[in-house]
Design a binder for this molecule. Structure first.
Ligand code: AQP
Length: 335
């Protein structure tokens, strides 16, 4: 019997700062585990990143660092297509077409648009509002069946599905409608400085996030400073104890323990000891990734080669879909 082609999977991360343990737990650490079963495409989403102000030199640096980080986290460029989003112009081209079936009402209701508009009140631009349409184009271009995303991105994936279905209904079957892939262990990791806000790499308070580049001392210090509450009991209760609950989620994500198991580990222990233990498991887990990341960054020629080959492979798939889309909407292609 002929082997079935592997189902496609797409995910992307923005090079909008140093990658946090939120991005890692929610997305990147699952990437390597999926590469044998699926045809994976992983992108550095630089087009998305400029929806908030970026310093150009920092954006360039973060782009290369993120590509290297995927590899340091186990993504194998021989098995996956690893590329930089702006190297495949089809992402912008499909976004334009999808814009014509997306409604301002549904885009302005997106939680991330509302959050980011509030956080960047001096720069509420059209790109920020259109961000989920670009994300839909990213996914639909590759006919991805599966999209591993953190819990914070589920709403955007729902919109991708809506746009895909809307297009298919209007023009005939064109896009695969993707499913979210959210492993059970994927918590929404919250800021260490304000556990009611999600942990974000663009947070202006560096104590709110831990990055994969932070050294051991920095990691331990950030966890020691993490906001908890005036109680003393290590118990999971997101309403009453959002800070402690967030630390428990992080601890479980890095140890594989259940919340109940983690609560037992810290029964009768104080917050100081708890925070130190969480910091230590995180620092231990990140040390080998940090070392490998440093090694990869020293080999720029290799990284440039990976992104070039990745963009070529991605473009081959993307332009097949785009040609189909252009035909369906009625663009004249010449004779
Ligand atoms: N706090 C989080 N908890 C769990 N998962 C998270 N992700 C992001 N933050 C958390 C997941 O990381 C992937 C990549 O995210 P992104 O860079 O594309 O965009 P984002 O969700 O906007 O991430 P940030 O860190 O908050 O970036 P900025 O600050 O630039 O907006 C996604 O799969 C996401 O689910």
């Amino acid at each position: 019997m002929e082997a079935q082609p592997k189902r496609k999977l797409f995910s992307a991360v923005q090079p909008s700062g140093a990658v946090t343990i939120g991005n890692y737990i929610g997305a990147i650490r699952n990437f390597a585990a999926l590469q044998d079963e699926y045809a994976c495409l992983y992108a550095v989403a630089d087009l998305h990143a400029i929806t908030v102000k970026q310093e150009p030199a920092a954006l360039r640096r973060h782009t290369l660092e993120l590509l290297a980080l995927f590899i340091a986290c186990g993504v194998d460029p021989e098995k996956c297509t690893l590329f930089v989003q702006s190297h495949v112009p089809a992402h912008c081209e499909l976004t334009w077409v999808l814009n014509t079936i997306a409604y301002p009402g549904e885009l302005s209701r997106m939680t991330q648009f509302k959050d980011k508009s509030a956080r960047h009140a001096d720069n509420v631009n059209m790109g920020l509002m259109d961000h989920p349409v670009l994300m839909a184009a990213d996914i639909l271009l590759y006919q991805a069946a599966l999209v591993p995303v953190g819990a914070d991105q589920k709403q955007h994936l729902e919109l991708t599905r809506d746009l895909g279905i809307r297009f298919n209904n209007r023009y005939g079957a064109t896009f695969t409608i993707p499913e979210p892939f959210t492993p059970k262990s994927t918590a929404r990791i919250m800021s260490l400085a304000d556990p009611t806000k999600k942990m974000s790499k663009s947070d202006e308070n560096p104590n709110g996030f831990v990055t994969l580049d932070d050294d051991r001392d920095t990691i331990l210090r950030k966890f020691q400073r993490a906001v908890t509450d005036s109680g003393a009991e290590v118990r999971y209760d997101t309403e009453e104890k959002p800070g402690v609950s967030n630390l428990l989620s992080i601890y479980c994500a890095f140890t594989g323990k259940t919340i109940e198991g983690a609560e037992r580990d810290f029964a009768g222990k104080g917050y100081g000891e708890f925070k130190l233990a969480v910091g230590e498991v995180v620092a231990d887990a990140l040390a080998p990734i940090r070392a490998e990341h440093g090694r990869l960054l020293a080999d720029k020629a290799y990284l440039n080669g990976v992104m070039k080959r990745g963009a070529e492979a991605a473009a081959r798939i993307a332009y097949r879909t785009l040609a189909k889309v252009y035909r369906k909407v009625g663009f004249y292609a010449g004779e």
